[in-house]
Design a protein around this ligand. Structure first.
Ligand SMILES: NC(=O)c1ccc[n+]([C@@H]2O[C@H](COP(=O)([O-])OP(=O)(O)OC[C@H]3O[C@@H](n4cnc5c(N)ncnc54)[C@H](OP(=O)(O)O)[C@@H]3O)[C@@H](O)[C@H]2O)c1
Length: 330
């Protein structure tokens, strides 16, 4: 086929992409269907995590439990229907009930989904009774187990190694009961991980961190590789949402043009090409659908490196700014 014709056909198909997910659903007739599904990353414990996750925090966060947010339920159901099988929740988001309702109403078999929730370490009751916390979360989710249970942050310990190690020992019990298929952490830096690695029987499968070109945390990714701990990235779109106007804008635009996608998809692909699971969210079906186009192209190693290099010219942290100094890049 003439190269320019094939390029046009591909970009037309990609413009309205709908993933072929692992369960029967009702594809929109106006959307092209490509025969592919979301790839998995194998965790150190052998379990598999889908490379893109749909988040029920940030945009959906509620300060208190209160009434159920129907918009969150509907958006999560849409995400599932579009092809997202990896769903990210947390006790502190106060949206576990919404996530549970969406899962139930989606009618997708439980084993086809990968559900994460996180222990609210800022609540001393939760941290001192992790089995009780997980039971509470499971009840709200309406599930018998989660695929991944994370300690939301190490900040409760204020650098006290023993507190981190004690919490991790309770997490290991959760894996032993089968109520959490995999266990991991979130927002942990090297010193926090080292504390756990000193005494653990089961190493953290994954660390969920804020990760995008403007916050690469020095050599933290390399450190994870050396310890066989996987990484997932939250806030991956930060350079085009919260930190627009930075040194990456032009380059992201040019790559988006090259691959017939949007700049946000280039950022998600930058994670995937480094073996980092991307956790994103959207209230818009079209955007959710478009984002799955990231599994139809690959950045070259040089492009990944160039994004990283340009990203290092600017520092921006979107979360936990009350914990870190403005110039702290760790
Ligand atoms: N462990 C932790 O401490 C932690 C912290 C933060 C987040 N998380 C998890 O990570 C998930 C994702 O975090 P995030 O929301 O920061 O992810 P993100 O992928 O960086 O941002 C998603 C947001 O960007 C908006 N967006 C997407 N494309 C856009 C564009 N082209 N222009 C303007 N806005 C655009 C979406 O809004 P639309 O609805 O308009 O598409 C959505 O609200 C959360 O839901 C949560 O599950 C974890």
């Amino acid at each position: 086929m003439n190269k320019s014709v094939s390029t046009i056909l591909r970009s037309r198909a990609l413009r309205s992409f709908h993933a072929v997910s692992r369960y029967p659903r009702h594809p929109l007739s106006t959307m092209a269907k490509l025969e592919l599904s979301v790839p998995d990353l194998t965790l150190p414990d052998g379990n598999k995590i889908p490379m893109i996750g749909y988040g029920t925090g940030t945009a959906w966060f509620k300060k208190t439990e209160g009434a159920k947010d129907q918009a969150c339920i509907d958006a999560t159901k849409t995400a599932i229907r579009v092809g997202y099988t990896h769903l990210d929740g947390a006790e502190v988001y106060n949206t576990e009930e919404e996530l549970g309702a969406a899962i139930k109403e989606s009618k997708v078999p439980r084993e086809k989904l990968f559900v994460t929730t996180k222990l609210n370490d800022s609540d001393s009751k939760s941290i001192s009774d992790i089995p009780g916390s997980l039971d509470r979360s499971l009840k709200k989710l309406g599930l018998e187990y989660v695929d991944l249970y994370l300690i939301h942050s190490p900040f409760f310990a204020k650098g006290d190694k023993k507190l981190l190690q004690e919490a991790w020992a309770q997490m290991e019990q959760m894996a032993a009961t089968g109520k959490a298929k995999s266990i991991g952490v979130s927002n942990f830096l090297k010193s926090d991980l080292n504390a756990i690695l000193e005494t653990c029987k089961v190493r953290p499968a994954i660390n969920q961190i804020e990760y995008h070109p403007y916050l690469q945390h020095g050599d933290l990714l390399e450190f994870h590789k050396s310890k066989d701990i996987k990484v997932s990235a939250y806030g991956p779109l930060t350079p085009i949402t919260r930190a627009k106007g930075g040194p990456l804008d032009g380059y992201l635009e040019s790559l988006a043009k090259k691959y017939a996608v949007n700049p946000g998809e280039v950022l998600l692909r930058w994670c995937i090409d480094q073996n980092v699971v991307a956790i994103t969210t959207s209230s818009k079906e079209q955007r959710l659908s478009d984002m799955l186009r990231i599994f139809t192209f690959k950045l070259t190693p040089k492009e990944v490196e160039e994004i990283s290099d340009l990203g290092k010219e600017h520092h921006f942290r979107a979360f936990w700014n009350h914990i870190f100094d403005a110039n702290d890049k760790s």
